[in-house]
Design a protein around this ligand. Structure first.
Ligand SMILES: Nc1ncnc2c1ncn2[C@@H]1O[C@H](COP(=O)(O)OP(=O)(O)OP(=O)(O)O)[C@@H](O)[C@H]1O
Length: 845
């Protein structure tokens, strides 16, 4: 009786202490009428307080502050009251029996459930150890395992050792990070592990709250003889009797003055109900799902265009655990290298970055050059289309399904920009963009090259140019605010980079490995091994192990509505007069009728332009030749591709627009099979524009050449001839026989007349627009290699690159014939450019 009275007194004191710690409850008690110590009324009130003392679900901070958890009910003479002990926050619990006693399993499960319920979701992770009963004690907690709050139980010696390794790493990292929101690791040993592991567990109980570890240890101290167990720190010790448990003094809040613990026997609570566990698991799983989902809006700043690119550009890429991950284009990470297999989320990653930048920085702070070498639609959303005429105001040039030549043109453009910026910096006497005064500072330029390895495919002159340009840009871009993002499925096997890869990629400190993209990391760094879609390893030290952050990034493809809304918002805010980006669509065949240069052609603008297509360059500039009076200003189209006839047609239609009716005549000779219809159509169109047109067969062509080879003296009836004559021959080689024959009187052949026309024609307004199906025939018709300048303007179609190089006398001409492309060569001004010939569709008149 006396003993019970003492216990009761201790309990009251303990609860008074607890009450003092919990502000709200103390306030509640203070408001209540005073009650006499030991009165049944106080017992009742204490019983009611059990629930009140426990923190509201999800609000505890178990790493820094012990959580009061309920063990059961103490029995006293006057009645029962709840027994709460502190757990977590640097305190631990041990019980002398192990989980083979069912009450221990129940106790451990109750403790785990209360801790998880008290803390915010994701703040507590539980790992079980049970070498004696193979984890049976944890089976009822299965829903928590599925929810990710409970790790699979370690039952073998190896698993226990691995778990302890992890716990020790966790403790060190937590002590190092010293963060308030550190995850708490709860180690629950349902039976005592072997001595070595037990010693390690015991050591963790001494590590203090900063280690963020809590130990629940059953079977301690081991019953029976043996070495003395390792001492535990900050632990409440429970002893199980047959019916009751005896509770030792909780750390820091002893019940007794002599270490004898609570002087009342305690009836333990028993298992939490299945419903409680399921509900808790559901709540945790839902929260885990929420935490794991990074949404596109997580990447966006609170306000648009408020940041300055002076010292660099920064954007949020996603999250690592719960913390946002920021990546930068600055002095430390001026260029990025991104790797990932097809379907790994490369495009999504790039979109996340580009929208993140575009939302933070105004177009005056950052501009984008976007190059995609693969078939796909990666960057189409940034350019105006028929369906959505808006564009991203930061985009300066966008290449979709780009040609390598386009890529090199973009790099050349960048190098020119680098030169301009070098001058600007010199003028201001500074060495880097960041030091320029804000009003003189040009925007930073981020150039993204997706599937960049295509640029180097081929190991030819073009690849060498690309490597040279890239190396220079990578080396110098940092100071001038020119940043590169190279993305690829693989960076190995880029032949043309051999020997230079180190020099180039050494300038790319930021590496992003998506699934299958581990090659962008150091060979000894396997951090990207187990990545799944939507995750990436971001490494800021050139891929070296140890500088990795695992990032989850949102699926931009799943947020097309948000993306479009943002794009429209940015478009609406664009500075007045902002031009749309220059767009190159590799798959597109430009139509003459849609071409602004063609539409703008009119009489009297200098020497007429034979417009044949668009150049593959950043501006998509017109591809054509000025036909002035210089000998040799004629157009020759070479190759068997039928598009040759279209090229002649485009040239003729464009020329026609530059002459007032009656001032130019067109002589059309459709000699190659299959060209009659096109020539008829062309003739009709020209005639409709009131230009004199004549159809010629081979013999008439021969006669015309004879006539045109001498300076004009007037028409047959003495009428003045139009100032210009365009002789449009579809298949000059088809007239070879006729042209080879010599005139019996003058001994001149048609070829002699042709050559005379080529040399002297332009001086009196005569130009040949001719198609040859082969280079050899063209060369012969010109009369040998010394006369090649007599036909100065060439459009080469499907002729082999080496043959063309030989014909042109260019050693390593980089030209690979392909559909929809041609090489434009002007021998007079040494111009060689890849071009896309126009196709007509009958609307262009
Ligand atoms: N963060 C993410 N979360 C969820 N799904 C994603 C995420 N990123 C990408 N995906 C999905 O993965 C698929 C492939 O993404 P994406 O088109 O970006 O790949 P890619 O590497 O560019 O592929 P490819 O090179 O073949 O075009 C898409 O269906 C996309 O929705």
């Amino acid at each position: 009786m006396g003993r019970l009275a003492t216990a009761y007194g201790q309990a009251v004191a303990l609860h008074r202490q607890a009450l003092r710690r919990w502000e709200a409850v103390r306030a509640a008690l203070a408001a209540a009428a005073p009650v006499a110590p030991g009165s049944p009324e106080l017992v009742a009130r204490l019983a009611g307080l059990g629930a009140t003392l426990a923190p509201a679900p999800g609000t505890a901070r178990p790493t820094t502050t012990p959580v009061p958890v309920r063990l059961g009910e103490a029995s006293t003479f006057d009645g029962g009251f709840p027994v709460l002990v502190p757990l977590a926050g640097g305190t631990h619990l041990a019980v002398d029996a192990d989980a083979r006693d069912p009450r221990v399993g129940e106790l451990l499960r109750a403790m785990v459930t209360q801790l998880l319920a008290a803390a915010p979701a994701g703040a507590v992770r539980v790992a079980g150890i049970d070498p004696a009963a193979f984890g049976a004690a944890f089976l009822p907690l299965r829903p928590l395992l599925d929810a990710g709050a409970l790790a699979p139980t370690a039952t073998t010696a190896a698993e226990v050792a691995a778990l302890l390794d992890e716990a020790e790493r966790h403790a060190r990292a937590a002590q190092h990070a010293a963060r308030d929101d550190q995850e708490l690791l709860v180690l629950v040993a349902a039976s005592a592990p072997p001595p070595r592991e037990l010693a390690r567990l015991a050591a963790l109980t001494h590590a203090g709250p900063a280690a963020a570890v809590c130990v629940l240890l059953a079977g301690y101290p081991a019953a029976g003889p043996g070495e003395s167990p390792p001492p535990l720190g900050a632990t409440t010790q429970l002893r199980l009797g047959e019916r009751y448990a005896l509770v030792g003094d909780p750390p820091g809040q002893p019940y007794s003055g002599d270490g004898s613990g609570l002087a009342a026997p305690v009836v333990l609570d028993g298992d939490p109900s299945h419903a409680t566990i399921s509900a808790l698991a559901q709540r945790l799983a839902a929260a885990a799902r929420r935490a794991a989902t990074v949404t596109f809006s997580d990447l966006l700043p609170p306000a648009r265009w408020t940041e300055s690119g002076g010292a660099g550009l920064r954007t949020v890429l996603g999250r690592s655990d719960r913390a946002p991950v920021t990546v930068a284009f600055d002095d430390a990470t001026p260029h990025w290298l991104v790797g990932g297999r097809t379907g790994a989320g490369k495009t999504v990653f790039l979109l996340d970055v580009l929208y993140g930048l575009a939302a933070r920085y105004a177009p005056s702070e950052v501009q984008l050059l976007l190059l995609d070498f693969k078939e796909g639609v990666s960057f189409t959303e940034f350019v105006p289309t028929e369906r959505d005429p808006s564009w991203l105001p930061h985009a300066r040039a966008v290449g979709i399904e780009s040609d390598r030549e386009y890529g090199v043109a973009v790099l050349r453009e960048l190098r020119a920009e680098l030169g301009r910026r070098a001058d600007l910096l010199k003028r201001h006497g500074v060495t880097k963009l960041a030091d320029l005064p804000p009003n003189a500072r040009p925007p930073r330029v981020v150039t993204v090259v997706d599937e960049f390895h295509v640029l180097f495919a081929g190991n030819d002159a073009l690849a060498r140019q690309a490597v040279d340009l890239l190396e220079e840009l990578a080396r110098k871009g940092r100071s001038y605010g020119l940043h590169l993002v190279l993305a690829s499925q693989s960076i190995t096997g880029v032949e043309a980079l051999y020997g230079r890869a180190e020099a180039i990629f050494g300038q790319f400190p930021l590496r992003v490995a998506l699934p299958g993209g581990g090659a962008v990391l150091d060979p000894l760094n396997d951090a990207a091994r187990a990545l799944t879609v939507g995750t990436a390893v971001v490494n800021t030290a050139g891929g070296v192990a140890g500088a990795d952050t695992l990032v989850r990034f949102p699926d931009a493809h799943a947020a097309t509505g948000d993306l479009a809304a943002l794009r429209h918002e940015l478009f609406a805010a664009r500075p007045p007069g902002s031009p749309p980006p220059a767009v190159f669509r590799g798959y597109e065949t430009p139509r003459l009728a849609d071409d602004p240069t063609w539409a703008a052609l009119r009489p009297g603008d200098g020497p007429p332009l034979a417009l044949v297509g668009r150049t593959v360059d950043v501006a998509g500039s017109p591809a054509g030749f000025r036909l002035d009076a210089t000998p040799g200003r004629h157009l020759g189209v070479v190759g068997t591709a039928p598009v040759a006839a279209e090229v002649l047609r485009s040239a003729a239609l464009g020329l026609a627009r530059q002459h007032a009716p009656g001032t130019a005549r067109f002589l059309l000779a459709p000699l190659a099979t299959g060209t009659t219809d096109l020539a008829d159509d062309l003739a009709m169109t020209l005639a409709a524009a009131r230009h004199p047109v004549r159809r010629l067969d081979a013999a008439e062509l021969r006669d015309q050449l004879a006539e045109l080879s001498t300076p004009p003296s007037g028409g047959a009836a003495g009428a003045p001839l139009p100032a210009r004559t365009y002789l449009v021959v579809f298949g000059v080689d088809a007239a070879a026989g006729v042209l080879a024959a010599a005139d019996p009187q003058t001994f001149r052949s048609g070829h002699d007349d042709l050559r005379a026309v080529l040399r002297q024609g332009p001086a009196h307004g005569v130009h040949l627009l001719g198609w040859w199906r082969g280079l050899r025939r063209l060369g012969e018709d010109l009369g040998g290699s010394q006369h090649r300048d007599d036909l100065a303007c060439l459009v080469a179609l499907n002729v082999p690159g080496p043959d063309l190089g030989l014909y042109l006398g260019v050693h390593d001409l980089a030209y690979t014939p392909r559909d929809g492309r041609a090489l434009l060569v002007d021998r007079h001004d040494q111009r060689t450019a890849l071009m896309v010939p126009f196709v007509g569709d009958g609307d262009d008149r």
